[in-house]
Design a protein around this ligand. Structure first.
Ligand SMILES: Nc1ncnc2c1ncn2[C@@H]1O[C@H](COP(=O)(O)OP(=O)(O)OP(=O)(O)O)[C@@H](O)[C@H]1O
Length: 346
């Protein structure tokens, strides 16, 4: 378990540049064995947060507790020992180009003073775990991005850490390779019980892998909790903007180009409904039609699944009369479906 207690981090003024409050009032815990996403825009403080977990940075105030140790209070040999239980993987892999895959993975074990025969056995085991047993003698330049990250993951796991930190580990990979690496991390979490902390600016990464999420903005935690809860009821604008990346607020061009402000005779009013929660998308259109006795046209739908919950938006067309529109919006509000009137189509 990782716990932040009253953390702030200020980088001091330097050569005429002002000081930066990178993190303020950070108090939260990352449950043992969880996969927790830390999501935020560039400069939100994600890297600063992750460097506090492995003791690469010291907090200005507060403590970071990792597996019962106050990592922020350790230095020298004690810190190096504690760091063995915290693995890390990076966006650009950080492999040594002069070493083979096997020798890169062996490095932390050599530093920890393992015997040669034990290192050999452990490296073979790790190469198999990450699915590249055949790349033992390959140099990084001979490996694809995904294979390099597999070497990075094996190296990070070499000393059997309890926590694995991932700092934008899939940001340099194509979508298919990203999916494969995220699947590997999910397996590692399941099979080894390693707590995974995912630093990312990509909602798709959080959605695919994390069960818990912490949303950072300007050095503060603006929301945290279960992925499904946070993204089915996002409160903070930054959380809403991450959600919009997945479900999309934009209308199909063919529909958007037809929407007009004034109702044409015999046209339809266009209403966008936000859908949150299991099966909500299936039922809202049918219930509207049945309960209000209306013809409802489904003009566009985008529904995704986050943490097992449906999240998305439906765009419907209803008879364009003002009184019908008012009844529909009242019904949606009464049943707690956020909705907005976008205009009219002929
Ligand atoms: N060593 C440092 N010295 C001075 N300022 C720093 C240092 N490291 C980070 N900062 C500043 O602290 C703030 C938070 O940076 P941090 O790298 O933690 O954010 P981030 O969310 O990881 O951003 P990105 O996604 O762009 O890497 C930024 O304003 C950054 O400029």
């Amino acid at each position: 378990m990782v716990r932040f207690e009253g953390i702030s981090k200020t980088y001091p003024a330097y050569r005429g540049k002002p000081g930066v409050n990178a993190l303020e009032n950070i108090d939260f815990a990352i449950p043992r064995g969880s996969i927790t996403g830390v999501i935020g825009r560039s400069g939100a403080g994600k890297s600063s947060l992750v460097r506090l977990i492995n003791g690469l940075e010291k907090p200005t105030t507060g403590r970071v507790i990792v597996d019962g140790n106050d990592i922020s209070a350790l230095a020298g040999r004690e810190l190096r020992l504690a760091q063995r239980s915290i693995g890390m993987i990076f966006q650009h892999f950080n492999l040594l180009s002069s070493r083979t895959a096997a020798d890169n993975i062996a490095l932390p074990l050599e530093i920890a003073g393992w015997a040669k025969a034990d290192i050999k056995a452990r490296v073979s085991e790790l190469l198999a775990l990450v699915g590249i047993a055949d790349k033992h003698d390959r140099y990084p330049s001979e490996l694809s991005g995904g294979q390099k990250q597999r070497v990075g993951i094996a190296r990070a796991l070499a000393t059997r850490p309890s926590v694995l930190l991932s700092d934008e580990a899939t940001s340099a990979l194509d979508p298919q390779t990203t999916r494969a690496i995220l699947d590997l991390l999910a397996n590692i979490n399941r099979e080894l019980g390693v707590t995974i902390v995912l630093i990312t600016h990509e909602m798709s990464v959080v959605r695919q892998l994390a069960r818990e999420v912490v949303v950072l903005d300007a050095g503060r935690v603006v929301e945290s909790g279960h992925v499904a809860d946070i993204f089915t009821h996002p409160k903070h604008p930054i959380t809403q903007s991450f959600l919009a990346e997945v479900i999309g607020d934009s209308l199909p061009v063919s529909l958007a180009s037809r929407i007009m402000a004034e109702p044409p005779v015999g046209g339809q009013a266009v209403i966008r409904i936000q859908v949150r929660g299991a099966r909500a998308g299936d039922t809202v259109v049918a219930r509207l039609a049945r309960e209000l006795g209306l013809d409802v046209a489904l003009l566009s739908a985008r529904i995704d699944e986050i943490g097992g919950q449906h999240v998305g938006s439906l765009v419907i067309g209803i008879p364009g009369r003002g009184d019908v529109q008012a009844r529909v919006l009242a019904w949606l509000s009464q049943h707690q479906f956020p909705a907005e009137h976008l205009g009219h189509v002929a």
